[in-house]
Ligand binder design. Sequence first.
Ligand SMILES: NC(=O)c1ccc[n+]([C@@H]2O[C@H](COP(=O)([O-])OP(=O)(O)OC[C@H]3O[C@@H](n4cnc5c(N)ncnc54)[C@H](OP(=O)(O)O)[C@@H]3O)[C@@H](O)[C@H]2O)c1
Length: 259
Amino acid sequence: MELGIAGRTALVWGGSRGLGKAAALQLAREGARVHIAARNAQTLTAAADEILAATGQAVGTVSADLTTAAGREAALALCPEPDILINNADGPVPGDFRHWSREDWIAALDAMMLGPIEMIRRTVDGMAERGFGRVINISSRSVKIAQAELGLSNGARAGLVGFVAGLARAFVSRNVTINNLLPGIFDTDGQRRHVQALADRTGRAFEEIWRERAEASPARRYGRPEEFGACCAFLCSARAAYITGQNLLIDGGSSPGAF
Ligand SMILES: NC(=O)c1ccc[n+]([C@@H]2O[C@H](COP(=O)([O-])OP(=O)(O)OC[C@H]3O[C@@H](n4cnc5c(N)ncnc54)[C@H](OP(=O)(O)O)[C@@H]3O)[C@@H](O)[C@H]2O)c1
């Protein structure tokens, strides 16, 4: 299928590793002019080199933090008018709600709700004026299947999802869609950090928890980042203009609900 996004401009937060990098790579394959933002300059450069080698497309990079005003300004200075915006940053470490301070909650909101909302605020009117826009928020299955130890994620991401539900309907008539992708378990650095944190909390072995999580999935495996990238690129495509305000699980069938 021809996705119809060759020449479109994309800004991908967290495009240096994991799910964000997979999205950036697939968008570049489809001919989009991709810009990636993340905090660490070295991994950004490595990702840009990797995408160039794989696709022949040069990738713009900016060392920037989604949670800060300065970081968002830096990303918009590199890519002022994105047609495609992928919001994505670190999830929280698992823990016990009794230990979370106000500062912990504000940090979670900045990464998983307020930073993405601010990026949408800065870009969505321009998308509407140009008659094309695609916003994807990389969220988590925890929005639908809440896990107690991921309370910071459950709470902060639900705020973004609620906001998007209202906004998406206001923009779709101008060919701007806003959707949330809800990954289950994917084989990324982020997933490894999460499993290591569970191992540290419980005293269990990393490999045991890693294997157990794969076996608990109907797919019996972790998702591959390229599977996520393909789904994300489709939602960013010209073909997906009638899909908006959705929370799409991509989890190998782990979520048990029919709806
Ligand atoms: N992988 C999974 O199985 C899974 C499951 C459910 C939900 N998720 C969620 O999906 C998102 C991506 O996960 P992942 O596994 O791809 O993570 P990852 O492998 O750790 O990659 C995260 C990317 O985001 C960048 N980043 C992190 N915080 C940032 C910030 N404040 N500003 C700008 N860039 C930032 C990182 O680069 P720098 O560190 O250099 O900034 C990196 O490029 C996370 O929110 C995660 O919680 C993932």
